[in-house]
Design a protein around this ligand. Structure first.
Ligand SMILES: [Zn+2]
Length: 190
C-alpha cells in the first residue's frame, strides 16, 4: 500500500512537469524548469534511499516534494482547475488523512497545503470517456473532443457541455472522417 502510494506520488511529480511543460506561457515554462530541479533532487534522493532499503526516508523525501508541488499548482488560478491537478489533489487529501503527522508537527508548507485541500470540492468526480478525449474541466463545464476508437483520429471540434450533477452519461455518435467508422461516444460521470 505504501509502495503504491509512493509510485502515485512520483507519478504526480512527473505529471506536474508534463502539465507545466505543456504550457506556452514563458513564466510557466520557467516555473516548470524550477520544479524539475526540485523533482530531480527529490527523485534521485528517494531512489537512493529505496535502494538502501530506507523506505521511510524515501517517503519523507517524496512527501515533502509533492506537498510543495501541490501548493504551487493549487495556488495557481489556471492550474488549480486542471483535471489532473484536481484528481491528484483529492488523492493527496486522502493520503494525508491516512498518513499525515499530527497538526502540531506540520511545516509551513503543510499548513498552507491543508488550507488549499480544504477548498477542494468534496465528492471527486470520476470521468470515463469512451471515444472521446477530455480537454479541460472546471466545476461547471466539461470540454472534450471526439476520437476514433479504430484509427485514433482526433476531431478538431471542441465540445463544451454542462457537467451534470450526480452520476450521468453523456452520449452521442461520431463518424470518423478518416476511416469512415461509425461509433458511439460515451462519457460516464460518477
Ligand atoms: Zn477512424
Amino acid at each position: 500500500m505504501k509502495y503504491s502510494m509512493m509510485i502515485c506520488l512520483v507519478s504526480m511529480a512527473v505529471l506536474t512537469f508534463i502539465v507545466l511543460a505543456d504550457s506556452e506561457d514563458s513564466a510557466d515554462v520557467h516555473g516548470a524548469i524550477g520544479i524539475q530541479r526540485g523533482t530531480l533532487v527529490a527523485e534521485v534522493s528517494a531512489l537512493q534511499s529505496l535502494r538502501k532499503g530506507n523506505t521511510s526516508e524515501a517517503i519523507e523525501t517524496l512527501e515533502r516534494h509533492s506537498y510543495v508541488t501541490a501548493v504551487i499548482l493549487l495556488e495557481n488560478p489556471v492550474w488549480k482547475t486542471d483535471l489532473a491537478v484536481q484528481m491528484f489533489a483529492v488523492e493527496l487529501k486522502h493520503y494525508r488523512k491516512q498518513h499525515a503527522q499530527p497538526e502540531s508537527k506540520w511545516t509551513v508548507t503543510e499548513k498552507r497545503l491543508e488550507e488549499l485541500l480544504k477548498e477542494l470540492k468534496e465528492g471527486n468526480r470520476t470521468i470515463i470517456p469512451t471515444g472521446a478525449v477530455i480537454v479541460k474541466q472546471d466545476s461547471k463545464c466539461l470540454y472534450y473532443k471526439k476520437q476514433c476508437r479504430s484509427c485514433s483520429f482526433l476531431s478538431e471540434q471542441q465540445i463544451g457541455t454542462t457537467l451534470p450533477k450526480g452520476m450521468a452519461t453523456i452520449s452521442s455518435d461520431f463518424t470518423c472522417p478518416k476511416c469512415g467508422k461509425k461509433q458511439d461516444v460515451r462519457i460516464d460521470i460518477k
